[in-house]
Ligand binder design. Structure first.
Ligand code: NAP
Length: 489
């Protein structure tokens, strides 16, 4: 990619708010700056919505709600399918845009375009499959009809780490179900969502069905939208503390909520594991997206008998990584999202080392420009270290050891989170016991990535409420109605 490709692409990204099918500036003309985390340089300025702009976006979603709900499911699905097709044509642009605003290596950004696009395709197929039930009541006196209806206007809040996929994972099921939406991307990475809104417009999106507000005042703008009695659903992906705060706000209107929150994934390697497979899985589960994924492996729980060999092999792989700007050929580790992320990871690593962990690779920030932290491997991480309790959200692989299965399960479940676990063992019976015993919404059994548009993604405990994707995903945007009518005979 040349610099002129980047300049041309950035110039094509809209810089306004997308409300009622039109692009416009914020009412007070305020803007916010978007930066490239690999250089620290400003790459674009876009509108920063006020509370009034947020309300205008909800007005538009409410105005469009009845028309969209009445649009035949097949037509809703076909819009999503056209969006999927357009995304395939524009995949290089979306990949580059994500690399520019978020930092992930271009190859991984292409992977996100493929993954994010699948939600458009999957829910284009689910739209015409929304079904109800009809049958006699047990008394034989009447007929029971169960029908499903769009929940109504939705507010969708997305994080910065997967700018496209987190938007499509919410927008696609909402639209398939017949709901209209206001989307608020993270201020750090809003460009991909704006470019996605433009794509939807090109695919024939009716005005008001999707509205996008970008803002540097996410708190007040969101509070006004969530507190508006016309809103019916809040879907949030982000950190657990913010999710908890928004759930409190949503309680007033008794909103339907979906909460995709933080993780602290255990990655368990049993003594009988195929180590080649486990190391490949570890590299993916830990270093994909520079470790900035809710599904990132956070705690490597490795059987004492293979721990040294596992550590040696992952260290060898980590030492072969190339760190740099995600646009450069061969880069495997890009920058973190900003300097405060670098500082937080450095603090976690220092705490672990002060408590007795050994640094086998990396272990320090990389001097700027840009927000880089060296890919790191830590062994002998001691119980009580912050790195075992907190979500690392960076390229640090921390290893603890265990003796037997019960201890592995106890260590894995010793967290308030419950999003995903990874288990490596060829023993089928043990694998099945782990499925029963691990307290997480998802399990990778001998694989390092589980996400799939056709599967229910979501967590237990403080990792969230509800599911995105799969047959379950569309149900989050549907209300159920039961009707009783007298027996016709
Ligand atoms: P975050 O700080 O919670 O932000 C997430 C979103 O919430 C952003 O759009 C942010 O906007 C907005 N926000 C922040 N404070 C808000 C407030 N007071 N009111 C309304 N909105 C507010 O999380 P993040 O740092 O972007 O993302 C990382 C977190 O997301 C990690 O914990 C990760 O595990 C989690 N995550 C979970 C999943 C999952 O599916 N379970 C997937 C991806 C990420 P601004 O930043 O513009 O304020």
């Amino acid at each position: 990619m040349s610099e002129s490709d980047e300049t041309r692409l950035l110039a094509n990204v809209p810089d306004g708010l997308f409300i009622a099918g039109a692009w416009r500036p914020a009412t007070d003309s305020a803007t916010l700056a978007v930066h490239d985390p690999a250089t620290g340089r400003e790459i674009k300025r876009i509108a920063s919505a006020t509370v009034a702009d947020g309300t205008a976006a909800l007005d538009a979603a409410c105005d469009a709600a009845a028309g969209w709900a009445a649009t035949p499911a097949r037509e809703r699905g076909e819009l999503l399918r056209r969006a999927f097709d357009l995304l395939q044509q524009r995949k290089e642009e979306f990949a580059l845009l994500m690399t520019l605003e978020m930092g992930k290596p271009l190859d991984q950004a292409r992977g996100e375009v493929a993954y994010g696009g699948e939600f458009l395709r999957w829910f284009s197929e689910e739209a015409p499959r929304i079904q109800g039930r009809y049958g006699p009541n047990p008394e034989g006196t009447g007929r029971m009809i169960v029908s499903r209806h769009p929940v109504g206007p939705c507010y969708l809040i997305t994080p910065w780490n997967f700018p496209l996929a987190m938007a499509t994972r919410k927008v696609a099921p909402a639209l398939a179900a017949g709901c209209t939406v206001v989307v608020k991307p993270a201020a750090l990475t809003p460009l991909t969502t704006l470019y996605f809104a433009k794509l939807l417009q090109d695919a024939g999106l009716p005005p008001g069905v999707v509205n996008v507000v970008t803002t540097s005042a996410s708190g007040p703008v969101s509070e006004a939208i969530i507190g508006d009695p016309r809103l019916r659903k809040l879907s949030f992906t982000g950190s657990t503390p913010v999710g908890q705060k928004l759930l409190e706000q949503a309680a007033t209107g008794l909103l339907r909520t979906s909460m995709e929150l933080g993780g602290n994934a255990p990655f368990i390697v049993f003594g009988d594991a195929d180590l080649d497979r486990a190391v490949d899985g570890a590299i993916l589960a830990k270093f994909r997206n520079i470790g900035q994924a809710c599904t990132a492996a956070n705690r490597f729980i490795v059987h004492r008998g293979v721990a040294e060999e596992f550590a040696r092999r992952v260290t060898e792989r980590v030492n072969a990584f190339t760190t740099g700007r995600g646009t450069a050929e061969g880069v495997t580790i890009g920058p973190l999202i900003d300097d405060s992320a670098v500082a937080k990871i450095d603090e976690l690593v220092r705490d672990a080392v002060a408590r007795g962990a050994h640094v086998r690779a990396g272990g320090a920030p990389i001097e700027g420009p840009g927000s880089f932290y060296a890919a790191t491997v830590l062994t002998d991480v001691q119980p009580g270290s912050d790195i075992l309790r907190e979500e690392i959200f960076g390229p640090v692989l921390a290893i603890v050891t265990f003796e037997d299965e019960d201890e592995a399960v106890a260590l894995a479940n010793d967290t308030e989170y419950g999003l995903v676990s990874y288990v490596f063992t060829p023993d089928l019976a043990r694998g099945q016991r782990m499925i029963d015993r691990l307290q997480t919404g998802m399990i990778g059994l001998n694989v390092g990535v589980v996400s799939n548009a056709a599967a229910p993604f979501g967590g237990w405990k403080l990792s969230g409420l509800g599911r995105e994707g799969g047959a379950e995903g569309i149900g989050e945007y549907l209300e159920t109605k039961y009707t009783l009518t007298p027996d016709p005979a």
